[in-house]
Design a protein around this ligand. Structure first.
Ligand code: SF4
Ligand code: SF4
Length: 284
């Protein structure tokens, strides 16, 4: 079973939930798919080992063959190719590697060359948790291929906890799409509610069952909870606005390690998710 931990915006506690849930359970795999800002290992502290370089195929244009027909630049929706009067300029950092430009080139002037965009790393064998993370190279815009490469390392024999990228753009959709259940982490504030609704819409569109974790519960108001009750969305867990939890977070310590009572709560949440995912309930 794959559980995506997502949120409509950054800073809601998504990584905290993913890491603490993974540490509370036994024999699970944790994947950090927030490849633009992978933070899980700040709390885990593993000496990560590289396992795979991720490449994107970007076009290289042979000026001797190019007839300046401009088909490629017109085709590219990402502005990675720009047609100048005497040459075609290419911007590999904008390229999404779709391969379309080489298909529409009538002169066979485009060759696709692999360009490194990221790396997959893993915790060493024998670590207490099976953990992998993807990192997008600085200056690269293409998070999705890194996420896909990371997903290729999923071990189907174990439950998989996936720390998703925040927001509702392509990278998070890539994660939600492969998930059996999506946990949306949010705070009950006006901004939190707004971003929560956006993430919920994304999950609905992908037909993934959803439950909610209320972080810093006690701050803000009851708008998320009222909404969930009205819509039949389960509130799986409430993490209070607690001084000890905040201190442990600031020290980079997962709070299940120091507050054993939370291990039970995360285990209970996992049991609830298993039941809900099997029934395929939640929001459709
Ligand atoms: S491969 Fe796709 S995204 Fe990249 S330059 Fe060609 S058309 Fe544009
Ligand atoms: S499609 Fe091919 S021939 Fe036409 S401008 Fe692009 S590279 Fe040159």
């Amino acid at each position: 079973m794959r559980i995506a931990i997502a949120s409509g915006k950054g800073g809601t506690g998504k990584t905290t939930v993913a890491v603490n849930l993974a540490l509370a359970l036994e024999d699970v795999q944790l994947l950090d798919c927030d490849v633009e800002e992978p933070n899980c290992n700040l709390f885990l502290g593993f000496e990560l080992e590289p396992v795979e370089e991720v490449n994107c195929l970007v076009p290289e244009i042979d000026p001797d063959r190019c007839t300046l027909c401009r088909n490629c630049a017109s085709f590219c929706k990402y502005n990675a190719l720009v047609s100048l009067p005497k040459k075609i300029l290419s911007f590999p950092s904008l390229c999404h590697g779709c391969g379309g430009c080489s298909l529409v080139c009538p002169a066979g002037a485009i060759e696709e060359k692999p360009e490194p965009i990221g790396v997959i790393k893993k915790a060493p064998c024998g670590s207490p948790l099976t953990f992998l993370c993807g990192t997008l190279n600085i200056g690269k815009a293409m998070a999705t291929p890194v996420i896909r490469s990371l997903q290729n390392h999923i071990d189907e024999s174990k439950p998989v906890i996936i720390d998703s990228p925040p927001g509702t753009a392509c990278p998070v959709l890539e994660v939600m799409e492969c998930a059996d259940y999506c946990v949306l982490v949010t705070e009950s504030t006006p901004f939190g509610f707004h971003d929560f609704l956006l993430a919920l819409e994304a999950a609905k569109a992908l037909n993934v069952p959803v439950g909610v974790v209320l972080n810093r519960d006690g701050l803000g108001d009851s708008r998320v909870e009222d909404f969930c009750r009205a819509e039949g969305i389960p509130v799986l867990l409430r993490i209070p606005d607690d001084r000890t939890i905040a201190r442990l977070y600031s020290e980079g310590i997962p709070f299940v390690k120091e507050m054993p009572e939370w291990k039970k709560k995360f285990e209970h949440m996992f049991g609830t998710i298993k039941g809900l995912a099997c029934k395929n309930t939640g929001v459709q």
